[in-house]
Design a binder for this molecule. Structure first.
Ligand code: ATP
Length: 192
């Protein structure tokens, strides 16, 4: 099988994430794509207000209608900073004879050489890169570019940061997130 692994804060998950995931399924012929909310990302400040339980719930709501998408609570349950190499080793032991693909936004890939054990990561998984409007558009000169496939998808200028800001300011997030996610955010009063 071809299995995609997609880590992120998902605070909240949005249409940029889902479009990336669907494009990955098509481009890489994935049998399944596993969303893995990070308990705490090494590259983000630790004052994340949204609990891991809530981010897992939001992610489940976002992916419910797609049979190829799955949620993993592997990083959530470990309750420590989530390093990709540790997560990859776990999934390699779960799926020893399958091909693993790791989804990475080009913004995140720009710092890939600073991740923990990048040489080991590229031994365990192939990298699938999604371009973002504010990320480098040509990654071919970056370290480890030879291990990547670019996901040809429309550039989507949606970020969780912008969505949180919109909610805080009382602006609309309709069509930025799936309606199930919007309903949950409204109901729980998140990001106010
Ligand atoms: P934040 O604004 O809080 O930093 P984010 O919108 O970047 O969040 P994450 O959950 O951190 O969302 O993203 C997980 C992964 O998805 C990262 O690799 C990121 O680059 C990628 N990603 C997020 N939004 C998009 C988008 N609009 N287009 C392409 N890739 C995206």
């Amino acid at each position: 099988m071809n299995i995609g692994l997609f880590g992120g804060s998902f605070d909240p998950p949005h249409l940029g994430h889902l479009l990336l995931a669907e494009q990955a399924c098509e481009t890489l012929a994935l049998d399944k794509l596993i969303f893995i909310p990070a308990y705490h990302s090494p590259f983000k400040s630790s004052d994340q207000a949204t609990s891991i339980e809530t981010r897992c719930e939001l992610t489940q709501l976002a992916i419910n209608d797609n049979p190829r998408f799955e949620l993993s609570i592997f990083e959530a349950e470990r309750k420590e900073t989530s390093f990709t190499i540790d997560t990859l080793r776990h999934f390699k032991s779960e799926y020893p004879s399958d091909t693993l693909y790791l989804m990475v936004g080009a913004d995140a890939f720009a710092a890939f050489k600073d991740w923990k054990e990048p040489d080991e990561i590229v031994k365990l998984a192939k990298l699938a890169i999604a371009l973002r409007p504010d990320s480098p558009q040509d990654i071919s000169g970056l370290p480890y570019a030879e291990h990547t496939t670019i996901l040809a998808m429309p550039l989507i200028d949606i970020s969780s940061t912008d969505i949180r800001q919109r909610v805080k300011e009382g602006r609309s997030i309709l069509y930025h997130v799936p309606w199930q996610v919007k309903t949950f955010i409204d109901y729980m009063g998140l990001y106010k």
